[in-house]
Design a protein around this ligand. Structure first.
Ligand SMILES: [Zn+2]
Length: 225
């Protein structure tokens, strides 16, 4: 490999990059200003005034690997010319490749940030499934409520007193759900309103006139199913 191709000349300065596990805990990250822990992966931008200056004597600007933003140079030279890269383990090499492939200005920290929405999407998917289950349950509840209503409105609730008592406990909840149901037209709105009244007063013995009216409504209600 030629070193020439891995360098950028600005005036006479030569810039190269190296990556390694921190040999000490004395370097600070130039991006976030925090200490780079001993043995953690760090990247240096090495600036030499000229080729005469030895690399080890050159100015090193250190970055946490995650904070380092891909410079243009690393996107156009073979990755093996990223000094220290060949000595990394396979997992680290893969990370370095990934961040460089993401283009100039990319950083591992950014990549990690960008992958968050993927997790969120998975979560959203899980939420959707959860919601679908809830909707199914809700529909079942509504269907069961419609049946209850029919029972109530046709005066058959006395046949299932135990069941009716049980339903009373959840009546408030179901009633709330009933109000959330989509309104198709004015007629169903009225029907529903009356049905709600029926629900609230199901333990009350209704006057015959009302009972007949409700029976009529019950038929209409059944027709809506
Ligand atoms: Zn940093």
């Amino acid at each position: 490999m030629t070193e020439q191709s891995a360098t950028t000349k600005t005036d006479k300065a030569i810039i190269t990059y190296c990556i390694e596990h921190a040999k000490t805990q004395q370097s600070k990250c130039a991006a976030c200003n925090k200490t780079i822990p001993h043995k953690s992966l760090r990247v240096a931008e090495i600036v030499r005034r000229s080729k005469k200056v030895k690399k080890d004597a050159a100015k090193h600007t250190w970055y946490h690997f995650k904070c380092f933003k891909v410079p243009e140079l690393l996107t156009r030279v073979p990755i093996e010319q990223f000094r220290g890269y060949p000595a990394l383990n396979e997992k680290e090499k893969a990370r370095v490749q990934r961040v460089i492939q993401s283009g100039i200005g990319s950083s591992w920290a950014d990549l990690m940030e960008k992958t968050k929405p993927v997790k969120t999407e998975e979560e959203l998917e899980a939420d959707k499934e959860e919601q679908a289950k809830k909707d199914k349950k809700k529909k079942e509840d509504e269907d069961s409520m419609k049946m209850d209503m029919t029972e109530i409105l046709t005066g058959t609730q006395q046949k299932s007193t135990a069941k009716s008592k049980n339903k009373t406990a959840t009546a408030g909840k179901k009633e709330k759900k009933a109000t959330l149901k989509p309104k198709t037209d004015a007629k169903s709105k009225v029907t529903k309103k009356k049905a709600e009244v029926a629900l609230q007063t199901k333990q009350v013995v209704l006057p015959k006139k009302d009972l007949l009216e409700l029976q009529k409504i019950a038929k209409e209600f059944s027709a809506f199913k």
